[in-house]
Design a protein. Structure first.
Length: 295
C-alpha cells in the first residue's frame, strides 16, 4: 500500500510538471512511478503523452502499447494510440484504433466522430459521412458532427445537404458566428446572394472580429457588383487576419472589375507572395500584364 501511495505521488508530481510545460522533468517522475508499480497502465499512458510531446513518437507508441496490454478494455488508451499513429503517418493503423474504440463503446458518438475524422485524413469522405451519420444517430444534438459533415458535403458538391447541416447546428447553437458565415458562403454558391449577405451580417453582429465573415460578405457583394463595398469588407478582413491569401486575390478581382488594373496587380502579387502556386492569382496577373502590353 505504501509503494502504491508513493507511486501515485510521483505520478501527481509528473502531471504537475507536464502541465507546467516541463515534459522532460515529468518523465523522471513517471519512470519512478513505473519502477515502483510496473503494472499500472495509467503510468505508461502519462509517460506516452510526455514522450509524444517531446517528439519521441516511437517510444510513446511503445508505452501506450504497454498500457493497452495491462488494460485492454480502456478505450482512452486506443484513442491515445490512434493520435500517435496519425502523427507518425500510419493512418490505417490509426483507423484500426477507432474501430477498437467503437467495439468497446458502441454508443459513444465521439468514437464515430473520431473515426470519421480519421477517414477524412485518408480522403475517404463518403465513408466519413457514414460515420458522422452514426454519431448523429447516437446523439442528435452533437453539433460538431453536423458542422464537420456540412464541410465535407460542400467539398463533395452537395450544397443543399451541407446547408441543411449548418441549419441544424444553428437551431441548437444560434449564437455561433462561424455557422452563419459558413451558411452565407453556401448560399452564395447557390446563387442566393441577398440571403448570403444577411447571414454574413448576422455572423458579424455576433462576432465583429470574425475575419471570414467579412471575406464571405465581400464575395457576395462582388456578385451584386457592389465592388467598393466588397473592397471595404476585404480590407476589414485583412485587418483581422492578414494571412489569408484569398482575401488579397478577391480584392484584386474587385479592383480589376472597377478598372483599377495596377492596384489589382498589387493584390495578386501579394496573394502569390503568400502562396506561389495560387493558379487563379497567377492567371489573373498574366491577363492584366498581357492587357498592359497591348495598350
Amino acid at each position: 500500500m505504501e509503494l502504491r501511495q508513493e507511486a501515485d505521488q510521483f505520478l501527481e508530481k509528473g502531471r504537475n510538471l507536464f502541465y507546467g510545460l516541463n515534459p522532460e522533468k515529468a518523465l523522471v517522475y513517471y519512470n519512478r512511478a513505473i519502477k515502483l508499480d510496473p503494472k499500472d497502465p495509467q503510468a505508461y499512458d502519462y509517460k506516452s503523452l510526455a514522450l509524444k510531446v517531446i517528439g519521441k513518437k516511437k517510444e510513446a507508441l511503445g508505452c501506450i502499447n504497454q498500457a493497452i496490454r495491462l488494460d485492454p478494455s480502456f478505450s482512452k488508451y486506443y484513442s491515445s494510440k490512434g493520435q500517435i499513429l496519425r502523427e507518425m503517418g500510419k493512418k490505417e493503423e490509426a483507423l484500426d484504433c477507432s474501430d477498437k474504440i467503437i467495439s468497446l463503446n458502441p454508443n459513444s458518438p465521439r468514437a464515430y466522430y473520431w473515426k470519421g475524422n480519421a477517414l477524412i485524413e485518408m480522403e475517404k469522405k463518403e465513408e466519413a459521412i457514414v460515420c458522422y451519420d452514426e454519431a448523429i444517430r447516437v446523439d442528435p444534438n452533437f453539433t460538431e458532427v453536423y458542422a464537420s459533415k456540412g464541410v465535407i458535403l460542400n467539398e463533395l458538391g452537395k450544397i443543399e445537404e451541407a446547408l441543411d447541416c449548418f441549419d441544424k447546428v444553428i437551431i441548437i447553437e444560434p449564437e455561433r458566428a462561424y455557422l452563419y458565415s459558413n451558411k452565407g458562403y453556401l448560399l452564395k454558391k447557390m446563387g442566393k446572394i441577398d440571403e448570403a449577405v444577411d447571414c454574413c451580417d448576422k455572423a458579424i453582429s455576433l462576432d465583429p472580429n470574425h475575419a471570414l465573415a467579412y471575406f464571405n460578405k465581400g464575395n457576395a457583394l462582388q456578385e451584386m457588383r457592389k465592388y467598393e463595398e466588397a473592397i471595404e469588407c476585404y480590407d476589414k478582413s485583412m485587418s483581422l487576419d492578414s494571412d489569408y491569401c484569398d482575401t488579397y486575390y478577391e480584392k484584386g478581382n474587385a479592383l480589376r472589375k472597377m478598372g483599377k488594373a495596377k492596384e489589382a496587380l498589387d493584390c495578386y502579387d501579394k496573394a502569390l507572395s503568400m502562396k506561389p502556386n495560387h493558379e487563379d492569382a497567377l492567371n489573373m496577373k498574366n491577363e492584366i500584364l498581357n492587357e498592359m502590353a497591348t495598350q
